[in-house]
Ligand binder design. Structure first.
Ligand code: PMP
Length: 379
């Protein structure tokens, strides 16, 4: 046997032609990607530094500014998922030893706390029941007590189905000399959100929910106030990949004439993101929100997160049997609970193009069918 012979044979499984299943993606994400966005992602790959690519990135920046309702210059898409943007926000805004306060009413505040702990921040959390949210007074008091440099809040808590009120919280944070960081991965485009008017300093989202783009890119924006902190650090952020000094240059946000190679951007994913933002820009914002609102009311009358509806898991049934049955027989994904809501709820996400009455009817029909055929305990 020569040195060039392979000892690991080519895998048989890769000889099969791949075809992705066709599914109704009605869980909390990813959502269905419409043909127009899929087609954009299938365009030929060009270089990540080519002028046409830089123009696409500039378009993406404008699209995010519209979606976030912000004029922030420091607005980009991170190459990665929502978690990547979360780490980008925290890693850049916080130095070791500084204080962070997270609001926990589901899993996202817990995760933000863990990320901040990992970079050596002093982390405190305010905690409320799953399904609950915080009053401005509670937030004001916690900020006065802990004096953090950053306050984390989830706008659309996808694990519990809560949309957190935002009005006034930015001002409270600023009174305490604290940056206001908001997660809108599950809410952006589906619930009213105004970054500048609401005094949000750092806002991030994801591509795979209301935007209906494939997972893997994450919009993020930093206010002037946030930039003051991010670009005047004593220490470098722990992550080279997420260092906003580098990313700001790659995205043309630092005013420097030359773009320096930082990483190879996911070119096809940026094409798709651009197209998804173009579709969002074609909607009148209000109509977009109303659509989600109307659909949501059909499913759950307690006005809650319009994009992800939590339905009490039917008593006596095994929720996993229900979701598996619906997947198997209806090619339709809905999901169980997450974190504090595990075993308690089913989660139905109808986002972007999926937020139609036809989708609601499909989900209801599938649930009706599942309740008929799944096993109900005698108790
Ligand atoms: N925040 C919220 C509110 C989310 O719903 C999600 C995705 N479920 C994330 C963050 C994380 O996003 P990703 O899975 O894309 O990393």
């Amino acid at each position: 046997r020569s040195m060039s012979s392979v000892s690991v044979p080519p895998p048989k499984c890769l000889q099969k032609t791949f075809v992705a299943p066709r599914r109704h993606m009605f869980g909390p994400g990813p959502s269905n990607v419409p043909p127009r966005i899929l087609a954009a992602g299938a365009e030929p790959v060009i270089g990540h530094m080519h002028p046409e690519m830089l123009e696409i990135m500039s378009d993406i920046k404008s699209g995010i500014q519209y979606a976030f309702q912000t004029e922030n210059n420091m607005t980009i898409a991170v190459s990665g998922t929502g978690h990547t943007a979360m780490e980008c926000a925290i890693f850049n805004a916080v130095e070791p030893g500084e204080g962070v306060l997270t609001a926990v009413n589901g899993i996202w505040g817990e995760r933000a706390a863990e990320m901040a702990e990992r970079i050596g921040a002093k982390v405190n959390s305010i905690v409320t029941t799953a399904g609950g949210y915080f009053t401005s007074e509670e937030i004001d008091q916690a900020l006065a007590k802990h004096k953090p440099v950053l306050f984390f809040l989830t706008h659309g808590e996808s694990s519990t189905g809560v949309v957190h009120p935002l009005d006034g919280i930015g001002d409270i944070c600023h009174k305490h000399n604290c940056l206001f960081l908001v997660d809108c991965v599950a809410s952006m485009g589906g619930a009213p959100l105004y970054m500048d008017k609401q005094g949000i300093d750092i806002l991030y989202s994801g591509s795979q929910k209301v935007l209906n783009a494939p997972p893997g890119t994450a919009p993020i924006s930093f206010s002037e106030r946030a930039c003051q902190k991010v670009f005047n650090r004593k220490t470098k952020p722990v992550s080279f990949f997420l260092d906003m000094t580098w990313l700001a240059n790659y995205w043309g946000c630092d005013g420097k004439p030359a773009r320096i190679y930082h990483h190879t951007a996911p070119v096809s994913a940026f094409y798709a993101l651009r197209e998804s933002l173009a579709i969002l820009a074609e909607q009148v914002t209000l109509v977009w929100f109303l659509n989600h609102d109307a659909i949501h009311t059909l499913l759950d009358r307690n006005a809650r997160l319009p994009t992800v509806t939590t339905i009490v898991a039917p008593p006596g049934y095994d929720w996993k049997e229900i979701t598996s049955y619906i997947m198997k027989n209806h090619n339709l994904e809905i999901s169980g609970g997450l974190g504090p809501s595990v075993g308690q709820v089913l989660r139905v996400g109808l986002m972007g193009g999926n937020s139609s009455k036809a989708s609601v009817d499909m989900v209801l029909e599938a649930l009706r069918d599942a309740l008929r055929y799944c096993h109900k305990s005698k108790v």
